[in-house]
Design a protein around this ligand. Structure first.
Ligand SMILES: [Zn+2]
Length: 266
């Protein structure tokens, strides 16, 4: 146990950052990127996300039939995709399926577009049906921290059209909680505000794993709320990219991140 201070700039980092038309992604140095799969070396994702993706794919033998289509993008690349789509498909389509540069989840390294392996793959809207191996991935990947980020009937909440191919790494147990509670990331960030740290944490329990999830508001500009009982072995902290932090505390060390991801920073 130790006492730590949370610096305000840290609200822009972590697997739970909300990036959408309202909340811009703040680019930062030091994000470590790795190939999404052995076959697609040019498609990159952030370190923890890529490890969890590998595990999910290994679990279902997914790389046999699924290909990564688009992963991390620089702001410049997002701009180019926006400009190309605008010229080719017009403003309505582009606004529906392409995020405004600076506001794309792809810039975080936490998002991946996946497609069913076939001869012709549409770069902006790859085929990823609700059946077969694609559906198996969709269901199982939740255990590894991935959510289908832009579901049908939530377009008004996410601001993005239904995208069956776009997955976002939020980490465990967050993906499971979001699935159980039927929440998009926008809704989850709001939901957690009623689960204040030290007062009313959300309790997640599944198959002997137990974790609490709670929210800490960042106060003021130089904010440094103190976390009295931080345990680096069982706790993780993520910013929400809006106004605060989300603290996840596992009961046992081996359950941290569902026991599925071995951190190298220990
Ligand atoms: Zn995408």
């Amino acid at each position: 146990m130790q006492k730590i201070q949370l610096k305000r700039e840290r609200i822009y980092q972590g697997s739970l950052i909300l990036v959408n038309s309202l909340y811009e992604y703040r680019e930062r140095r030091g994000i470590r990127l790795f190939p999404a799969s052995d076959e697609a070396k040019e498609i990159l994702m952030e370190e923890e996300a890529v490890q969890m993706l590998h595990r999910a794919m290994m679990d279902i033998n997914g790389w046999k039939d699924i290909v990564p289509v688009s992963g991390w993008r620089s702001r410049m690349e997002q701009q180019r995709i926006w400009d190309d789509s605008l010229a080719e498909n017009g403003l309505e389509f582009t606004k529906t399926y392409v995020a405004v540069p600076g506001h794309s989840e792809h810039q975080t390294g936490l998002a991946i577009d996946l497609g069913l392996k076939q001869e012709k793959i549409d770069f902006i809207r790859p085929d990823f049906p609700y059946k077969g191996i694609c559906q198996t991935f969709r269901e199982r990947a939740v255990e590894y921290g991935f959510i289908e980020r832009y579901p049908k009937n939530k377009e008004a909440v996410t601001g993005i059209g239904h995208e069956p191919w776009h997955f976002r790494y939020v980490g465990v147990p967050h993906a499971q909680i979001m699935k159980q509670e039927r929440l998009t990331l926008e809704e989850y960030i709001v939901f957690l505000k009623s689960h204040q740290y030290g007062i009313r944490p959300y309790i997640f329990e599944e198959q002997g794993c137990r974790a609490t999830v709670s929210y800490i508001e960042a106060e003021g500009n130089v904010t440094t709320p103190e976390l009295e009982t931080y345990n680096p072995k069982t706790d993780t902290i993520s910013g929400n990219n809006v106004d605060g932090f989300i603290v996840t505390s596992w009961k046992d060390e081996e359950h941290r991140n569902g026991g599925k991801y071995e951190r190298k920073d220990k």
